[in-house]
Design a protein around this ligand. Structure first.
Ligand code: SF4
Ligand code: MG
Length: 286
């Protein structure tokens, strides 16, 4: 515990999350991964948007930005381009990332910019009192879906992979130790890395859907997931309708800042050549 306390702004605690909320577990997993990697806290920048999950960076003693709804990745992209030496991490929720910020998400993935994005997916908008999100399962209830959500959900990991992310994993607040490992792998990957963390909101999702409190929700999460390695050898009926957890995709590709640096060097060479030519003309005219 003492190895992670230094990464917290202890004067900001206690946090505002409800009793039984899973966001603390996910935040703890990320911080434990940072501690394992012994990252210099002055070289880590954590960016968030709006929502319960986006409160997390306020408790963390890194350089942190709490930005506008859905825009964390836009801010993070600017930070990474200005300071490529920083480890830039985005903490976001299912609504913030896949609805309001959906376009930023797919383009950050497409660029393969070296940002680690932790998506806390509790299947609902928590902070704004339980509206359904693009990650609310079909048929489940929200304050804006009192008779059941009729929309299909994104498979966030498939979306990330299809858009160009080069590291994609899914973990859960139930499988807390695995979540630390996945965060660690994502942080060491160069390129756009995504960890979807299934987590529980007992206050809105659990209560509205009569799933129960934190313990029942964690059981519910456990029952709807299967380890990707186990799934590879299980009969299809055992994995039907379940979400895979673990490392789901890894495919290193050229990173955006590195590619941008090549363009800068190319322009610099051209500019230097132009200046050399101008100097040559000046000398010839003497
Ligand atoms: Fe957590 Fe839900 Fe409470 Fe927000 S409303 S702090 S997501 S339990
Ligand atoms: Mg949410």
């Amino acid at each position: 515990m003492s190895d992670i306390l230094k990464y917290f702004r202890q004067d900001r605690l206690p946090h505002i999350w409800c009793p039984g909320c899973g966001h603390g577990t996910v935040t703890g997993a990320l911080v434990r991964a940072i501690a394992r990697l012994k990252l210099d806290k002055n070289k880590v920048c954590v960016v968030s948007g709006i929502g319960c999950s986006s409160r997390a960076p306020g408790y963390l003693d890194f350089d942190t930005l709490h930005t506008a709804h859905g825009r964390a990745l836009a801010f993070a992209t600017g930070i990474k381009l200005a300071r490529p030496d920083l480890k830039v991490i985005v903490m976001t929720g299912d609504g913030d990332c896949t609805a309001i910020g959906g376009n930023h998400f797919i383009h950050a993935a497409r660029r393969n910019i070296d940002i680690t994005t932790i998506v806390m997916n509790n299947n609902i908008y928590g902070m704004t009192s339980g509206q359904y999100s693009p990650m609310t399962p079909k048929g489940f209830l929200g304050t804006t879906a009192p008779y059941g959500n009729v929309e299909r959900t994104f498979d966030l990991c498939k979306l990330a992979e299809a858009a160009g992310a080069t590291y994609v994993a899914r973990g859960t607040a139930y499988h807390a130790q695995m979540l630390v490992d996945l965060c660690e792998q994502a942080l060491t990957h160069r390129g756009f890395s995504v960890v979807e963390a299934l987590t529980q909101c007992p206050t809105y999702f659990g209560r509205k859907n009569k799933v129960g409190g934190a313990v029942e929700l964690l059981e519910w999460i456990k029952d709807r997931t299967v380890n990707s390695k186990a799934a590879a050898v299980l009969p299809p009926e055992k994995t039907a309708g379940k979400l895979l957890i673990g490392e789901l995709y890894k495919n290193p590709q050229p990173e955006f800042c590195d590619e941008y640096d090549k363009v800068i060097a190319q322009v610099q060479r051209k500019f230097d050549g132009f200046r050399g030519g101008v100097r040559g003309c000046e000398q010839n005219s003497d």
